[in-house]
Design a protein around this ligand. Structure first.
Ligand SMILES: [Cu+2]
Length: 300
């Protein structure tokens, strides 16, 4: 009994310290009031996933919620069985144990029921998997290259490419987020489907933006294809490299900035001047004999 009291007091102490902490309450209130539109970044003491943005993320979120229900019911059922067996068949109450070792009906049940559960889970899971695969129906392409330790974004149809570095703590401006804000974010138009070609230049990286439900490895000499579904609304989505890639792994965040169509065109105009590609990056160097156009240097 003493250890139960210890556990209870530990839980109470944790609740007092963390869940009832003023910062937690204020954040919970802010998140509740602000709704799902404003939090495409991790928050202190956050529970659960970041609010989903776009159809892929919504489907992934729904699948997560479904699995959470299934796993909770299974865990409670197994816990209930354990408690029941522990009490009902304890040595004191059951001095002569049964020698039963087989029970055909139960064995069939505990084979068939898990199979039914798994098949039930497989249906939404495969639906999401095949939905993720539909990279053909996209509006535009961005090539993302992981480097030690920054990202490079290339818009092949616009002839622009630029590096994206984390803003150092000392240089943070008003509204920028420590370890998440970058100097040049990946800018995208709202309400578009974007094909991402993800590759690496040195070691393995991983392009991970939780709110858009995208997490893809960036390998050297290999291009992974995925698409994101940017929802309507000007919004910034934050992510990080989540494949340990060296000493500055924690300092190569991802910032995806969604703009309304007109503002995106404005950005494109200035980006074409500032970020015109001088040479194609190594991963898109045209192969001998191919007709891929090479964009020449601009004069700035
Ligand atoms: Cu990395």
């Amino acid at each position: 009994m003493a250890f139960l009291a210890t556990i209870a007091s530990e839980v109470m102490a944790y609740m007092r310290k963390v869940i009832l902490h003023p910062a937690t309450l204020v954040y919970s209130l802010v998140v509740l009031l602000a709704g799902t539109a404003s939090a495409a970044q991790p928050l202190p003491w956050q529970l659960g996933l970041q609010p989903p943005a776009g159809s892929i993320a919504e489907m992934a979120d729904d699948l997560h919620d479904l699995l959470l229900i299934v796993i909770t019911l299974i865990s409670l059922f197994v816990l209930g069985l354990l408690v029941y067996v522990g009490i009902r068949f304890r040595a004191a109450a059951n001095p002569v144990p049964s020698k039963t070792s087989h029970h055909t009906v139960i064995e069939i049940l505990w084979t068939v029921i898990p199979v039914v559960i798994l098949v039930g889970i497989a249906v939404p899971s495969f639906r999401l998997l095949y939905y993720l695969d539909k990279t053909a129906e996209t509006d535009m392409v961005i090539k993302v290259t992981g480097n030690q330790w920054y990202w490079n974004y290339e818009y092949p149809d616009e002839g622009i490419a630029f590096d994206s570095y984390m803003v150092d703590e000392g240089d943070l401006q008003e509204g920028q987020i420590r370890l998440l804000s970058v100097d040049y974010p990946m800018v995208v138009p709202e309400n578009t489907r974007i094909k991402l070609l993800i590759t690496g230049n040195d070691v393995m990286h991983s392009f991970f933006v939780p709110s858009l439900a995208v997490q893809v490895y960036a390998f050297i000499g290999r291009t992974n294809e995925v698409w994101i579904d940017v929802p309507t609304g000007a919004q910034t989505y934050y992510g990080q490299c989540n494949q340990i890639c060296g000493v500055n792994h924690a300092y190569m965040p991802i910032e995806v900035k969604a703009l309304p169509a007109a503002e995106y065109q404005e950005w494109l105009k200035s980006a074409r001047e500032e970020f015109a590609m001088s040479t194609p990056s190594p991963a898109v160097k045209p192969e001998a004999g191919s007709e891929a156009p090479i964009v020449l240097a601009s004069a700035n």
